[in-house]
Ligand binder design. Structure first.
Ligand SMILES: C[S@@+](CC[C@H](N)C(=O)[O-])C[C@H]1O[C@@H](n2cnc3c(N)ncnc32)[C@H](O)[C@@H]1O
Length: 182
């Protein structure tokens, strides 16, 4: 009983066939074998405000019809101080473009539009996220040559990479960890 009370409440949005241990899986596709609930995150999630400690969406946001609405809905069901974990292909990756169900091609600055430090952008939704971690995953060759380490080493190097050579030295996926601010 005590163990249950202390357990983190985790929501895995767009779970498909896999979800984090102990998570509730939600997916819009009735064939998603890891789903406990069938719902469209673009409309509304059938959970009350602030219910979860962590909300995850791994390779999902690039599929939805409205990224801003999706993130706003994830933010709504997550408690203040909770975590949103997102993974999406980097827009220079082969996988970002080959799947015909991908609507969006994003980079490491795309979710800055939810940051209160970007007041000029924050008005899009009023939803606020504080970025806690960001990791760029690159192809094995770039990893092996130490370029992945460099790109993740500092914000300046990542910015330089994304402004100049990223369409040659390409990324694979971006992993974001945000704190929910309410
Ligand atoms: C590429 S799969 C990723 C599945 C899983 N997260 C993984 O990492 O293997 C994308 C998933 O998002 C789901 N999805 C797409 N749009 C959705 C939406 N609007 N609401 C809920 N799930 C959605 C799809 O049905 C699919 O299961």
């Amino acid at each position: 009983m005590v163990e249950n009370q202390n357990r983190k409440r985790i929501l895995e949005v767009g779970c498909g066939r896999i979800k984090a241990p102990g998570a509730i899986g939600v997916d819009s596709n009735p064939d998603a074998t890891a789903a406990d609930v069938i719902a469209d995150v673009n409309r509304s999630l059938p959970f009350v405000d602030n219910f979860f400690d962590e909300v995850r969406a791994v390779h999902v946001v690039e599929h939805v019809s409205d990224v801003m609405k999706t993130v706003a809905e994830m933010h709504r069901v997550c408690r203040p101080g909770g975590t949103i974990f997102l993974v999406t292909p980097h827009y220079t990756d082969f996988s970002s473009w080959c799947d015909p169900t991908h609507r969006w091609h994003l980079n490491s600055y795309s979710f800055g539009f939810f940051g209160s430090t970007n007041r000029d952008r924050y008005w899009y939704t009023g939803v606020e996220l504080r970025q806690r971690a960001l990791h760029i995953e690159m192809a094995s060759l770039w990893k092996w040559l130490g370029i992945q380490w460099l790109v993740n080493h500092s914000d300046r190097l990542r910015r330089f990479w994304e402004l100049y050579p990223c369409f040659i030295v390409r990324g694979k996926q971006i992993e974001f960890t945000f704190e929910v601010v309410k």
